[in-house]
Design a protein around this ligand. Structure first.
Ligand SMILES: O=C(O)CCC(=O)C(=O)O
Ligand SMILES: [Fe+2]
Length: 334
């Protein structure tokens, strides 16, 4: 296979990380999103739970998100159908240019392809603008993945309202900008080589750049750094629940009150898929620490930047050497 992959904001397997141990499972806060549509007092409790989860761990699970099982299974089927295409067909979408709105890649190590992961990145908002560039094969890919994208965007807006409220910024803070903002979906396919008996790293440690990531995983494998103990913890896949974690831009906007979550994937099953949907502002909208959260005791801890700046950063830096976007934004105050 000749396709080489680079990933948006993510590293491909560093040598020292190629084998990993099994870690203790973490039981993340389970947020019932149904409560956000109920009376004020119930909503406030849910907002408070979300805020606590964001500051304590930077991640949580959501149930009652309103995305049906058939839409979720449809998206996973569409993903499996795409990755089952011939290499020739998938190569049609291959690119190392991180600015491409749809991009297929395979992670490589030392130019020997061990292929623990191939991925398809696709812009998804506004859907009408981007869906025509998505794979046309399998024939129902666009329909099934498009339905999931629309539903995830709805959940992301609902969550961002609650997160802004938890920061005291008001529910509709920059709502219009977010409605028009970026949604980048990464559809990941991991295959563990049959020669390898040990656990294997599928995706190296990184944080995502957006405000939040909503993640669907087909089986276990996700690990996060538990900020309280600074140790890796396994996040089990749960059939009804979606995983949500904070990205770099929410750390910036909250002026460090909420921190982005370092995460990675280890492969303990032979085959694994995930769909990560990253939500943020439009490509040239600047993300800045909210003025309400900056004062003498909390001076501005991060530089202003946009998604385009992020793309330039990753096209110029070698992530396999541990370059990290959020570190590049920190000022002496953070
Ligand atoms: O596969 C996973 O569970 C995580 C994927 C991920 O972190 C990403 O695509 O940014
Ligand atoms: Fe990620």
């Amino acid at each position: 296979m000749s396709v080489k992959g680079r990933t948006i904001g993510l590293t491909c397997i560093p040598k020292s990380d190629a084998r990993v141990e099994k870690h203790e499972r973490i039981s993340l806060p389970m947020i019932d999103l149904g409560g956000l549509n109920q009376k004020m007092s119930t909503r406030s409790l849910v907002v408070e739970d979300i805020g606590n989860a964001c500051s304590r761990l930077g991640c949580f699970k959501v149930i009652n998100h309103g995305i049906s099982k058939s839409v979720i299974n449809g998206a996973l089927e569409a993903a499996a159908g795409f990755f089952a295409l011939s290499e020739e067909e998938k190569k049609e979408y291959a690119s190392e240019d991180v600015h491409q709105p749809v991009r297929y890649g395979v992670c490589t190590k030392d130019d020997r392809i061990i292929k623990p992961r191939d991925f398809l990145k696709q812009y998804a908002n506004p859907l009408d603008e981007w869906i025509k560039f998505w794979p046309h094969s399998p024939p129902d890919y666009r329909e099934k993945m498009g339905k999931f994208a629309t539903e995830v965007k709805r959940v992301a807006l609902q969550l961002m309202d609650a997160i802004f409220e938890s920061l005291g910024l008001g529910k509709a803070y920059t709502r219009e900008k977010l409605e028009e903002g970026m949604q980048v979906m990464t559809v990941n396919n991991y295959e563990k080589s049959s020669q390898l008996k040990d656990l294997m790293l599928g995706l190296a440690a990184h944080s995502d750049y957006g405000y939040i990531t909503i993640l669907l995983q087909s089986c276990d494998g996700l690990e996060i750094v538990d900020k309280n103990t600074n140790t890796w913890k396994a996040v089990p896949a749960e059939s009804e629940a979606l995983h949500v974690h904070i990205g770099d831009y929410l750390e910036v906007l909250s002026n460090g009150q909420y921190k982005s979550v370092v995460h990675r994937v280890i492969l303990n099953c032979k085959k694994r898929m995930s769909i990560a949907s990253i939500h943020g502002l439009s490509i040239d909208d600047m993300v800045i620490p909210a003025s309400q959260l900056v004062d003498e005791q909390h001076p501005k801890g991060y530089k202003d930047s946009s998604f385009r700046d992020f793309l330039s950063f990753i096209s110029m830096n070698d992530f396999t050497k541990g370059c990290n976007f959020i570190d590049s934004l920190r000022t002496d105050n953070s």
